[in-house]
Design a protein around this ligand. Structure first.
Ligand SMILES: [Zn+2]
Length: 463
């Protein structure tokens, strides 16, 4: 018998954790951190219902913190590995987990300083040392090759296109009498018509399917993000202003670089200077450059012609803080890409402080802005915004491109599932707000006739 418990990403999009109990062993698929409002983040402090030391392995789908950020805590609490990942994920995780540890340590320091905590002293969820120990448990595996996790259980990673290294997890488990049960975890499903990475591998079919539903009830607008990006850059360049792009370090940044190069090459924008100013984005861009097996046909063709697909003309990668500060006196027109994507932290804050007051400039958001973030407040047109304790007037233009997203929408989630060779016996729809999960379940029911459930947090099912 196989037991599956939904320890996260049930009723919400973060904290992906699925506990599998089979063959007298325990395996955790994804070890995500809960993110967002405080009541969700508080769940990171609740201990797992099983001893971390009793887990025989962790299997991670991709590098995003809501799928991996709990690993250092697990290791701190007694889990000793192995943690399976794909090769690109193994390269992204050291800087990502270290960065997450710094944030945790900073938050704890801040809470102690202002006394905003019931816990004295406030402690970080994990430290840089825990992150290092977590990284030491990583065991990279190639795509598309079955790997024996233990006798009777085989793991295969399937490319998912969402970010570099993102995978779906296929498991083939021996049951009694020489039979097998197959389980398939979608991870986060990527998109089909986006540059750089290979598209998602279609769902091959399995006995059970656990599928994400972030955009289960939504559709991306079909507009070409390159057109919108080109327009904003031309307008701002004519005013002699700076286009400031807050971007997520992984994937969104690389996509923006790709589009900027393409636009400049097509003569759709002037060859103005482009600066990438984010240590994490710089590391991620290196991983995107070097993991050439992940590139789609178009990107491979560009490389074969000697073109660096991620380097617009006149491109500078900013290193030290002093170089970043020098950008404050940079005259326009120019483009500055910096993290974080929702302007909640990182070097983007310095640039916003220096550029928001000038109406020649544009702040261009290229991703979802969660409620309560500076990014959302700017998009909602607030006339001034607090940065480093100071109110900064907003005179720069605020624009947004909504068609850049790393997540499949409801149609793409349907296309992804439509080629299943064998229909799943049962589908568990997770990783979505409740309405989105219900909508995708209904869609799969109507379209494919599949039996779909939307599990509750901590619900256990017997398979
Ligand atoms: Zn993700």
């Amino acid at each position: 018998m196989i037991r599956l418990t939904f320890l996260g990403a049930a009723g919400t999009v973060t904290g992906s954790r699925y506990l599998l109990e089979l063959h007298n062993r325990r395996i955790l698929v994804d070890a995500g951190m809960f993110q967002g409002p405080k009541d969700l983040r508080q769940r990171n402090w609740a201990s797992l219902p099983v001893e971390p030391a009793s887990l025989s392995a962790v299997i991670l789908t991709h590098a995003h913190i809501d799928h991996t950020g709990y690993l250092p805590r697990l290791v701190r609490d007694g889990f000793s590995g192995p943690s399976y990942v794909t090769l690109p994920t193994a390269r992204l995780l050291p800087p990502l987990l270290t960065d997450a540890a710094h944030l945790q340590e900073e938050e704890a320091r801040y809470a102690n300083k202002v006394g905003s905590t019931r816990h004295r002293p406030a402690l970080p969820l994990f430290t840089e040392e825990d992150a290092k120990r977590a990284v030491a448990t990583l065991r990279p595996l190639p795509f598309d090759q079955p790997f024996p996790v233990h006798a009777g259980l085989e793991l295969t990673y399937h490319r998912q296109g969402h970010i570099i290294g993102a995978a779906a997890v296929g498991l083939r488990a021996k049951t009694g009498g020489g039979d097998h049960t197959t389980l398939f975890f979608s991870g986060d499903v990527g998109r089909y018509q986006v540059p750089i990475l290979k598209p998602p591998t279609p769902y091959p079919g399995s006995t059970y399917l656990v599928v994400e539903s972030t955009y289960g009830d939504r559709f991306h607008d079909g507009s070409d993000p390159a057109d919108a990006l080109g327009e904003v850059i031309r307008e701002t360049a004519e005013r002699g202003g700076i286009v400031l792009i807050p971007a997520f370090a992984i994937d969104r940044t690389q996509e923006v670089l790709y589009l900027l190069r393409q636009l400049a090459e097509d003569g759709a924008i002037p060859p103005l200077p482009v600066f990438l100013d984010s240590p994490m984005a710089r590391e991620a861009t290196e991983v995107y450059r070097q993991c050439v097996r992940e590139h789609d046909a178009e990107t491979r063709a560009l490389r074969a012609e000697g073109v660096d697909p991620l380097a617009p003309p006149n491109f500078t990668i900013v290193g030290r803080v002093s170089e970043s500060q020098r950008l404050n006196s940079l005259p326009g027109p120019a483009v500055i890409i910096s993290a974080s994507g929702m302007a909640t932290g990182g070097r983007i804050l310095h640039h916003l402080r220096h550029r928001l007051g000038d109406d020649a400039n544009t702040v261009l958001f290229v991703g979802y802005q969660a409620a309560g973030t500076r990014g959302r407040r700017l998009l909602e047109g607030e006339p001034e915004i607090k940065i480093f304790g100071q109110m900064v007037p907003v005179r720069a233009r605020i624009r947004s491109i909504s068609s850049l997203s790393a997540h499949a929408d409801a149609d793409e989630l349907t296309i992804w599932a439509s080629e299943a060779a064998t229909p799943p016996r049962r589908v568990f729809v997770t990783h979505g707000e409740p309405a989105a999960s219900r909508a995708l379940a209904e869609r799969y029911r109507t379209r494919f006739g599949w039996e779909c459930a939307v599990p509750e947090l901590e619900e256990t099912v017997e398979l």
